[in-house]
Design a protein around this ligand. Structure first.
Ligand code: SAM
Ligand code: SF4
Ligand code: SF4
Length: 378
């Protein structure tokens, strides 16, 4: 089936005015901040580049992200010092987990030194942060050890199939699957675990890879997670009939393996977990588990505790937002830590986003074009 591609409407410069704090928040709030739906702020995803060496059609279709596409100039990108300063203020508001993403985060020059700066941050209880990174794995074989040495805890690798022809087609730059598998091995050898592998399942494209992927990663200590193809951004020509619901993925897996449902491990966990059953009929931890992330068929907005910092320093409150809040201007206009801290509080206190719960409603569908995932990160 031919991919429908929709031209890019540049959303990057559209932003909300940064509000002033509605309610006073002490400088070390330690996590008491909640949004209009009572959701705390725990997870900050940081996009470090809008560039990528892959052209996955569900994210950066080649026809849109071609040689004429204008990437951000280097001066627009937050510097590592600016990112670290903002991250520290977010940690003051209760963030415990940082995830570097993009674009392809390993393309950002010197990303190891950013990781080193971030790994020096501590929560208000003096705990180190959970620092992780999502990557397409293409540069991981080369960089895994340096990333670990810099303080990265773990990685999530995106991999949409094991069949080389299918994988080359999906990344659309003819990148071989063997190189990503070598990257995963290097990450495991460097101790960047527990590793997660994310597979976006697109009906008609790679659903025949579900079982081979499960067989490959079962018993390796790597958790494979299947992600429903989402209507992020505005260019990928998303259609509901190309979404393979997680329930169907689980049914496919159950045709080959015995699985039992597992309890969530953390608050706000997006994946529904299933464990492989051993000979005694119970979950066998040595065989591991799989996860399904049902972003389309089962909204988890009620526990969504994530904020996203775009490559040029705007905060997005939802993956499906049309606009962010420009913190870079505050940073570069010389705002104090207290002022930025209060601005973050006011932004989060005003948050009402729950796109996945409202996906089908006409008001959501009539809203302006959404920002691209490669800009705000996954
Ligand atoms: N380049 C890195 C990578 O691919 O892992 C990090 C950025 S990428 C935007 C982050 C995650 O978003 C990847 O796991 C990718 O598969 C996922 N993603 C991108 N577009 C998606 C879509 N339309 N539906 C579901 N997941 C998507
Ligand atoms: Fe690049 Fe990741 Fe998007 Fe694929 S999903 S195009 S690897 S940013
Ligand atoms: Fe969070 Fe928005 Fe996704 Fe809902 S749709 S889970 S609010 S990112």
């Amino acid at each position: 089936m031919a991919t429908r591609v929709i031209p890019l409407v540049d959303q990057r410069s559209r932003s909300h005015t940064v509000p002033r704090s509605a309610r006073p928040v002490p400088l070390v709030a330690g996590g008491s901040l909640v949004d209009t739906r009572g959701r705390p702020l725990r997870d900050l995803r940081i996009s470090v580049t809008d560039r990528c060496n892959f052209r996955c059609s569900y994210c950066m279709p080649k026809e849109v992200f071609d040689k004429n596409h204008q990437y951000l100039p280097h001066s627009s990108l937050l510097t590592f010092e600016e990112i670290t300063r903002l991250a520290k203020l977010f940690v003051g508001h209760g963030v415990q987990k940082l995830r570097l993403t993009g674009g392809e985060p390993l393309l950002r020059k010197g990303v190891e030194s950013l990781i080193a700066q971030l790994s020096a941050l501590r929560t208000s209880e003096g705990q180190p942060l959970d620092i992780t990174l999502t990557t397409n794995g293409s540069l991981l074989a080369r960089k895994a050890k340096a990333l670990k040495d810099a303080g990265l805890r773990r990685v999530t690798v995106s991999l949409d199939g094991l069949d080389d022809a299918i994988f080359r087609r999906m990344n659309d730059v003819d990148f071989p699957v063997a190189d990503v598998l070598a990257g995963i091995d290097a990450a495991q050898a460097a101790g960047l675990g527990p590793i997660k592998v994310n597979m976006v399942v697109k009906r008609g494209t790679n659903e025949q890879q579900i079982l081979p992927m499960a067989r490959h990663f079962r018993g390796t200590g790597i958790t494979l997670r299947f992600i429903e193809y989402m209507d992020v951004g505005a260019t990928n020509g998303w259609r509901m009939d190309e979404v393979m619901p997680s329930a169907e993925v689980v049914k496919t897996l159950q045709s080959a393996f015995q699985l039992v449902p597992l309890e969530p491990t953390t608050l706000g966990e997006t994946a529904e977990r299933w464990g492989y059953v051993g000979t005694d009929g119970q979950h066998d931890p040595s065989l591991g588990e799989i996860g399904v992330i049902s972003s389309v068929t089962h909204a988890f907005c009620g526990s969504c505790n994530r904020a996203r910092l775009s490559t040029e320093g705007s905060i997005y409150l939802c993956l499906f937002a049309s606009r962010g809040y420009d913190l870079r201007t505050l940073l570069r206009d010389g705002a104090s830590d207290e002022e930025i801290y209060e601005a973050i509080a006011a932004i989060w206190q005003g948050r009402a986003d729950r796109y996945s719960e409202l996906r089908a409603s006409s008001s959501e569908q009539a809203r302006g074009p959404r920002v691209e995932m490669s800009y705000i990160g996954g």
